[in-house]
Design a protein around this ligand. Structure first.
Ligand code: BGC
Length: 772
């Protein structure tokens, strides 16, 4: 099997080679009912059930996605004592690099470590979206935006699977909070689901073909995801062409036999459900042929995983640490840099005050199942002096107590050290207890002691840089007063070195926010409906207006917008060129834009392409992110970037028709340095062969029916008669204003249209569906 065979699909275009599928089917034909049922449930906490007599080995699944968390034994949860592995930047950090090549590289490194540890499937990446900054697991998820999340996840999966290790894209679906995660019913309208929450999964599945996908604990619109046929079969398999297996989140199963029928292949971990599957088959509630199909699919992935083992793999711990450092540095976002306070270039003999316990005892990952035991950990306290060199003195003060405890003595010491220095670097952020799987945050504040520390240091030292360490957005009340702010995220085990690299300019910052930073929690899209409605449901009431789409629509200025990030150099955008000719025939829109580095340092810019329909029929976001690219430019260098959009990039989901639709008309194509910093834009009139079909029934309003040529030919005489009766002019126009909105059946009731004519209109228009 070649490297490519593991990554995306085999030469036949399928994930699993036909030879392995055939072998899987043969094995199934030799199994007893009990053996088949057993194969749909994990053997223990981390491994699948073997069938020794037929040579089917177990495979090992391990968390993910920040690094490999392989427990010492397969029957223990192993949080805190797993085998050491490189802890890479958490997903919210990595996605802030907006660098798909980097995500692929990190995925590949994690894949190599998994091979070295005998792990066949890594449980990640996670593409649930940051519906609210309060969500406890935001650090483990990529972005607030489905395109950024989906593209970064796809690249990560490709990297992982190129190493012969499967991914498990999670948690499918609408698992956007921790509160009530085991039972909450996420109520999401179809259009929002398709355009936002499923979209990230769709991109990753279609692009990267993950071996496995993990279903979520929660319910979606009244059905548990583990038994959700629409999700697991109709959408995932039939529409998106998923060829891997669906694994339950750990203990997400409610009814094993129903799950098998609905498309859940593997229950993890082990459980007591095998007898229920056997009974369901024996009682005729579960078709044995369906069970056979599911078991064959499980075995196909087990065989693929087994044939992809590379037991001699070793990895270079130092090289992976260096990659973790590079990835962390690329993910850091320079939020503010007034007066070019950064990079720090202190004169020989200068003193830098380094303040904040996180510089000594870093927070570099979130809590819960993704928690890796690192191979080593860098601290800013060690790294900053090294980066600044021996001619500069770095004086450290703790500033606050553990878990954000206030300590007036530490505060006073910090103020004094800051006052006596030339510049102060203050590291503040969220304590571990506030960012964990299993619990949402109650607010978006830092501990009061951290706020007070920044205020005190600022009063003593105007040249103050704030470094933030957190996995999701926080409130920054003093943002206006602080000269420089650096968002360092939970950057993995090498974050200390990466922060030093950015502060000193060894790395020119090039990350951009993967989520909006609001001024207040009250400004956030889901403020009124997160986390639950108190009745076991959570309504995604903001609909498609989530993340940056909300701030645009409501014209609410965030503290820092989605996609924002500064550099030590400057970029200009020019020469927007759009070629739309081919869209008429299912083609594409080509966009060219030139970006130039006009500063005096090499740097990287993330160029973002947003699209909006100018006069949509139904409420649509003003701008949606559709593409992005990160480009490296030397000083004075310019490059032309090319983006290609397809009709789906202009489409919305028509829930009535159950299909994607694109209206012909005017669209804005905007090129931004962030969602709120649009540098160039153009309006284009686009044609479409994908308009929503107009279906006519008794309740179709007259104005809509008139757009259908068949219906309109029947209805025109009725309208002409009305014109004649009213004498045309203003009276007729007023009448049409009222009548235009009236359902067709009203005209039958009023006697303006014979019942037989309405029946004919419906029949004739059904045989010739049209488009609006
Ligand atoms: C988490 C998953 C994780 C699994 C195994 C669950 O509680 O939701 O993300 O992969 O545990 O640790």
């Amino acid at each position: 099997m070649t490297q490519q065979d593991h990554g995306v699909a085999t030469a036949s275009g399928h994930l699993v080679p036909e030879s392995l599928r055939k072998r899987a089917r043969e094995i199934v034909s030799g199994l007893t009912l009990e053996e088949k049922a057993t194969l749909t449930v994990g053997h223990d906490f981390w491994t699948t059930e073997p069938v020794e007599r037929l040579g089917v080995p177990p495979i090992w699944l391990a968390d993910g996605p920040t690094g490999v968390r392989r427990a010492q034994t397969s029957d223990g949860i192993g949080i805190g004592d797993s085998i050491p592995a490189t802890c890479f930047p958490t997903a919210s950090a990595l996605a802030s690099s907006w660098d798909v090549a980097l995500a692929r590289e990190v995925g590949a490194a994690i894949g190599a470590e998994a091979q070295a540890q005998g792990v066949q499937v890594v449980l990640g990446p996670g593409v649930n979206l940051k519906r609210s900054p309060l969500a406890g697991r935001n650090f483990e998820y990529m972005a607030e935006d489905p395109v950024l999340a989906g593209e970064m996840a796809a690249a990560f999966i490709q990297g992982l699977q190129e190493q012969g290790v499967g991914a498990s894209l999670k948690h499918f679906a609408a698992n956007e909070q921790e509160t009530g995660r085991m039972y909450v019913d996420s109520i999401v309208d179809e259009r929002t689901l398709r355009e936002v929450y499923l979209r990230a999964f769709e991109i990753a599945v279609r692009t990267a073909h993950p071996w496995t996908l993990m279903c979520a604990y929660n319910q979606l619109n009244g059905a548990f995801c583990a038994e959700h046929r629409t999700l697991l079969c109709d959408i995932l398999r039939d529409e998106w062409g998923f060829e891997g297996i669906v694994v339950s989140d750990w203990n997400a199963v409610n009814d094993r036999a129903a799950g098998i029928a609905a498309g859940l292949h593997l229950q993890m971990p082990h459980g007591a459900t095998v007898p229920s599957v056997i009974a369901a088959v024996e009682q005729g509630d579960l078709d044995e042929a369906r069970l056979d199909e599911v078991v064959a699919e499980v075995l196909a992935i087990v065989l693929l995983a087994d044939s992809s083992r590379q037991p001699d793999t070793t990895f270079d711990v130092d090289a992976h640490h260096a990659l973790a450092r590079r990835a962390a540095a690329e993910s850091i976002v320079l939020l503010k840099n007034d007066g070019n306070l950064l990079p720090l270039e202190p004169a020989p003999g200068a003193t830098v005050a380094l303040i904040g316990g996180f510089a000594r005892e870093p927070r570099y990952q979130g809590s819960g199942s993704s928690q890796v035991v690192p191979t080593r950990v860098d601290t800013l306290l060690e790294e900053l002096p090294q980066a600044l060199g021996s001619s500069v003195t770095v004086r450290f003060a703790e500033g606050y107590g553990p878990e954000g405890a206030a300590d007036l003595a530490l505060l006073a010491e910090a103020r004094d050290i800051a006052a006596g220095a030339d510049v102060a670097v203050v590291v503040v952020g969220l304590p571990g207890s506030l960012e964990t799987e299993g619990r949402d945050r109650a607010h978006i504040d830092l501990p009061q002691s951290h706020y007070d520390l920044v205020t005190a240091v600022l009063a003593a030292q105007p040249n103050t840089v704030v470094v933030l360490v957190n996995g999701s957005a926080v409130a920054l009340p003093w943002a206006i007063d602080v000269q420089a702010i650096v968002e360092a995220w939970l950057g993995g085990q090498a974050a200390g070195g990466a922060i030093a690299d950015v502060l000193t300019g060894a790395v020119n910052p090039c990350g951009k926010l993967s989520e909006t930073f609001p001024v207040r929690l009250e400004d956030t899209p889901s403020f009124l409906s997160f986390p639950t409605m108190g009745d076991g449901t959570v309504r995604f009431a903001e609909g498609v207006f989530t993340g940056h789409r909300w701030y645009d629509a409501r014209e609410i200025a965030p503290r820092f917008p989605f996609g924002h990030g500064l550099s030590y150099t400057a970029f200009t955008y020019d020469g927007l060129g759009i070629d739309t000719d081919e869209l008429v025939t299912e083609g594409t829109v080509s966009i060219n834009v030139m970006v130039e580095n006009t500063g005096d340092r090499a740097g990287k810019e993330v160029v973002q392409v947003y699209v909006g329909e100018c006069a949509p029929k139904l409420p649509r976001p003003r701008r949606e992110l559709k593409a992005f690219s990160k480009v490296a430019l030397e000083p004075g260098q310019a490059k032309v970037l090319q983006f290609t959009l397809g009709w789906r990039d202009f489409a919305y989901y028509d829930a009535r028709a159950g299909a994607w639709a694109m209206e012909p008309g005017e669209y804005e194509i905007a090129i931004g340095a962030s969602a709120a910093d649009i540098r160039l834009s153009a309006r284009e009139v686009l044609t479409s062969t994908h308009q929503a079909p107009v279906t006519i029934d008794r309740l179709t309003p007259l104005n809509v029916a008139l757009k259908h040529p068949v219906a309109s030919s029947y209805l025109q005489p009725m309208i002409d008669a009305m014109r004649e009766r009213t004498g045309g002019g203003e009276g007729f126009e007023m009448l049409m204003l009222f009548m235009g909105d009236s359902p067709l059946r009203k005209f039958v009731i009023m006697g303006a249209l014979p019942e037989e004519a309405l029946v004919e209109i419906i029949a004739a228009s059904a045989s010739r569906p049209s488009h609006s």
